[in-house]
Design a protein around this ligand. Structure first.
Ligand SMILES: Cc1cc2nc3c(=O)[nH]c(=O)nc-3n(C[C@H](O)[C@H](O)[C@H](O)COP(=O)(O)OP(=O)(O)OC[C@H]3O[C@@H](n4cnc5c(N)ncnc54)[C@H](O)[C@@H]3O)c2cc1C
Length: 495
């Protein structure tokens, strides 16, 4: 196949084709999971900018550059775009997500992008009571903190302190926080242990940490945790624990009609022949004038590159010259979490009739955190559990039948015995994904942010960094991916 030069004209063709595709399928309903973009043949040999990674961040970066008139080649290892965002279509045609799904207030960039692409949101179901299961008993409650008298005061004070401390952490430079060294020298778990009366309060915090980081409190430093809370906002609304962890008005406020993967698919449709799937990048070499990115489908030489992949996958690329040691060390220390998303499907969301929201927290077992994940028309009922960190280690490597049984028992504990009889059961363990290697996000343990954090966005010669982990707001989320994509493209355009 003759190499296709990427020109402004081909971009416009791509945008036009994208527009036609969007009208054609309305970007709702069951969208194809594989991008329509080039998946075979030779790559263009040259471009102004080459973007590595076809997740939301790389796609946004490529679009910004293409809109500014630059020729762009986007190289994606998988046979699809979206990275950590992946739709799953159920037997009745309803769509749920295996990866990123929830959005909420202050996530302005992903919400604006969705609106532009015609992808609507709907509110996460929150009517009715949540359930807290602890010590073999269950209690119903509303709001975010379970009304367990033994922990409520502890949890309330802990939340106030977390908000106050995180307000001291600058989102773009957490290593400059007044207490950065002390806070980076202690794990989140140890801080909680020292500052609560009841060990159960720290255990409760796992229902936030495991889904959000795929890690436990001992895996992340207090500074990283506080920075992540500070990031859970925007330029006018500082992040708070409530915003980061909450459902209504929080990070789990809403979902996308038709599934979040409609967003990367919509971007790829607009980009057209700029996007090349099945093109894993193995090597990046640069000199004073160019950067050459070598894939299984051949090399592409450009003036600049943007790398928009998770840290451990960036570290696995063969760099010539090597990345600066401080950056290498940072990437080695940013560890991806371990997380599995499990969905049980029922003929109806039966729990709603009993006045239950489907949300629940448990102090033990395979289901530590549970949400109603039903589609907007409630054509089926879906319960979702995040199995992360130590809960992932306890359950992910057991036989499927044993794990499935434990998951259903966990759901039954929250919504009743009907949960034991699903019509479908779906799980996605992201540690098995060659091009993600864990999820949902990379986190930092003690000492990393202060010693190596300042490297996070520093360009390496002709190479610039995108990916949600490099964002200053909503890092680790889809919104952070959009923000980082835009920022990296601005850097390249300025340079
Ligand atoms: C289970 C789970 C639940 C989540 N829940 C939420 C949620 O509810 N809300 C939310 O906002 N976020 C959530 N997230 C996080 C969100 O999905 C991510 O923050 C976001 O999608 C990251 O986008 P990205 O473009 O930065 O990275 P990625 O999506 O990881 O994209 C990187 C891309 O680079 C490609 N790549 C890697 N290495 C190479 C290489 N060498 N050559 C070429 N290509 C390469 C990968 O294949 C991938 O497509 C969740 C994630 C998971 C996994």
């Amino acid at each position: 196949m003759t190499p296709t030069p990427v020109t402004r004209r081909s971009l416009l063709g791509g945008l036009a084709a994208g527009g036609a595709l969007m009208v054609g399928n309305g970007l709702t309903g069951s969208a194809p999971l594989v991008s329509a973009a080039g998946a075979g043949g030779d790559l263009p040999r040259t471009a102004d900018v080459v973007v590595v990674g076809g997740g939301i961040s790389g796609l946004v970066a490529a679009r910004e550059l293409a809109r500014a008139g630059r020729s762009v080649v986007l190289l994606e290892a998988r046979d699809r775009v979206g990275g950590r965002v992946l739709n799953h279509t159920l037997a009745n045609g309803a769509v749920i997500e295996s990866g990123g799904a929830f959005v909420g207030p202050t996530q302005d960039h992903i919400l604006a992008l969705a609106k532009e692409l015609g992808v609507a949101t709907f509110k996460e179901y929150v009517a009715g009571d949540n359930v807290f299961a602890a010590n073999g008993h269950t209690m119903r409650y509303t709001g975010t903190i379970p009304p367990d008298l033994s922990i409520i005061l502890d949890a309330y004070i802990m939340q106030l302190r977390i908000d106050w401390m995180s307000s001291q952490v600058p989102v773009a430079a957490p290593w400059t926080a007044p207490d950065a060294t002390a806070w980076d020298g202690i794990t989140a778990r140890e801080w909680v242990r020292q500052n609560t009366f009841n060990p159960a309060t720290g255990n409760l915090l796992l229902s936030y940490l495991q889904p959000t980081y795929g890690s436990d409190g001992e895996d992340v430093s207090l500074l990283f945790f506080l920075w992540n809370i500070a990031c859970s906002g925007n330029e006018t609304s500082p992040g708070t624990f409530e915003r980061a962890s909450g459902t209504a008005d929080g990070a789990q406020d809403s979902r996308f009609v038709g599934g979040s993967q409609l967003i990367p698919l919509g971007l790829a449709a607009q980009l057209g022949d700029i996007v090349h799937t099945q093109a894993p990048v193995r090597r990046i070499a640069q000199d004073a004038n160019t950067v050459t990115v070598t894939t299984d489908r051949g090399p592409v030489t450009a003036k600049r590159a943007i790398v928009a992949a998770p840290p451990s996958l960036v570290a696995a690329i063969d760099w010539d010259p090597l990345m600066p040691p401080l950056r290498q060390q940072l990437l080695q220390r940013l560890h991806l979490g371990t997380l599995m998303k499990v969905d049980a499907v029922y003929p109806t969301p039966f729990w709603r009739a009993s006045g239950l929201s489907g949300s629940g927290i448990a102090d033990s077992g395979a289901v530590r955190t549970c949400f109603d994940n039903s589609p907007p028309d409630a054509s089926v009922g879906v319960l979702l559990a995040f199995v992360g960190g130590s809960t992932w280690r306890a359950w992910a490597n057991r036989p499927l039948a044993e794990r499935r049984n434990a998951m259903l028992q966990g759901f039954a504990q929250i919504v009743g015995p009907q949960a034991l009889q699903p019509i479908d059961y779906v799980e996605h363990d992201w540690t098995h994904d060659r091009w993600t290697l864990g999820s949902p996000v990379a986190s930092a343990g003690t000492g990393t942010t202060t010693a190596f954090g300042p490297q996070i966005r520093v360009p390496f010669g002709r190479v610039h960094w995108a990916g949600t982990e490099t964002s200053t707001y909503w890092a680790g989320f889809m919104d952070g991916a959009v923000r980082a994509g835009k920022r990296s493209a601005e850097e390249v355009l300025r340079s």
